[in-house]
Design a protein around this ligand. Sequence first.
Ligand code: ATP
Length: 263
Amino acid sequence: MDKFVQLQDVGMAFDTRQGRFVALRNVNLDIREGEFLALIGHSGCGKSTVLNLIAGLLRPSAGVLLCHNREIAGPGPDRGVVFQNHSLLPWLSCYGNVYLAVERVFGAKENRSMLKQRTHDALAMVGLSHASHKRPHEISGGMKQRVGIARALAMQPKVLLLDEPFGALDALTRAHLQDELLRIVAQTRTTTVMVTHDVDEAVLLSDRIVMMTNGPAATVGEILAIDLPRPRERLALASDPAYHAARNVVMDFLYRREIRQAA
Ligand SMILES: Nc1ncnc2c1ncn2[C@@H]1O[C@H](COP(=O)(O)OP(=O)(O)OP(=O)(O)O)[C@@H](O)[C@H]1O
């Protein structure tokens, strides 16, 4: 299906003490099944708002959002979300955190050993089988984000929504997790939408990059298709002119056309 997730004339306004704040206006976007889409733009332009609308955590003030031709009316297991700051339950182990989500989605239909298998498989996919018994405070930031990704993927969502999942990590851990994410989405073919500030991350991972204009009343400014073949390998891309060309288009948009206003 070509239009897997659709945003049609979406607008979002927030009521604040200073009055109504229009964050998004006339956002139109079709997300294709199996594609990896990055949302990039300056801080405060509305990237997370778009993601939260797709997640169903926010309702639009105008327009409509569809997933698989059905209106998005709230959160659902068909859309798995991973936030920048992991939202793991501190009293549960990595296994327990993933199992809880698995049980919620599949508990009514599957027996305990099937649920356990799903949990083990998800943790193995992110390379965390060895740490499954540990609790969140006993593992690193990168590992916590991996648990978050395992938890989201274990629900077998139609769409994986990532809100700057690697934003708080050091550069090496971040690169490592990007490579893992490349491998995982190649394996699962999950439709993925990722919010990022990082141009290199967007080019490395994406099929298309959605560049957003500055807010207020932000919208889609430009969409760039990244035609680099897969599997992608970061070292090889570093000397690939097509990679640099794509990177330059995004840099030009962000730092020439949509220059950020001084905060
Ligand atoms: N609940 C809210 N109430 C009022 N204003 C909000 C609310 N949520 C977001 N906003 C405003 O909407 C705009 C877009 O916010 P959003 O968090 O989507 O931006 P962003 O591009 O994800 O930012 P960043 O990259 O810094 O995370 C901002 O100006 C923000 O202050």
